[in-house]
Ligand binder design. Structure first.
Ligand code: FES
Length: 109
């Protein structure tokens, strides 16, 4: 059975949130323009969590994922870094599925 990660309405108040995957890795969900995607919470630059020191995963306009350490910006669709010291590298995506009730599951293999 697929693991339930979150419910879409939990992204109503804030469009991103940290989660813990069933294997114990820290990850996060973002919702940008209505689309939810998920990535492992590790910047490809120095392999630290992205949401330091402010606890946020998105830049102020809510369009791009941002690493708080040195300001790298990532596309929410693919995790590709488009600005900053790790430009051209990518966040590690987490495959998810969202059902009609808004339940966000870890996609099964
Ligand atoms: S650790 Fe993320 S940009 Fe440097």
């Amino acid at each position: 059975m697929a693991a339930l990660l979150a419910r879409a309405h939990e992204l109503d108040a804030a469009p991103s949130r940290g989660i813990v995957l069933p294997d114990g890795r820290n990850a996060f969900l973002v919702r940008v323009h209505g689309r939810i995607t998920a990535f492992v919470n590790r910047c490809p630059h120095q392999r630290v969590p992205l949401n330091v020191p402010e606890g946020e995963f998105l830049e102020a306009r809510g369009e791009l994922i941002q690493c708080g350490m040195h300001g790298a910006l990532f596309l929410p669709e693919s995790g590709e870094c488009v600005f900053g010291p790790c430009q051209g590298r990518s966040l590690e995506p987490v495959a998810i599925s969202v059902d009609a009730e808004g339940n966000v599951y870890l996609a099964s293999e």
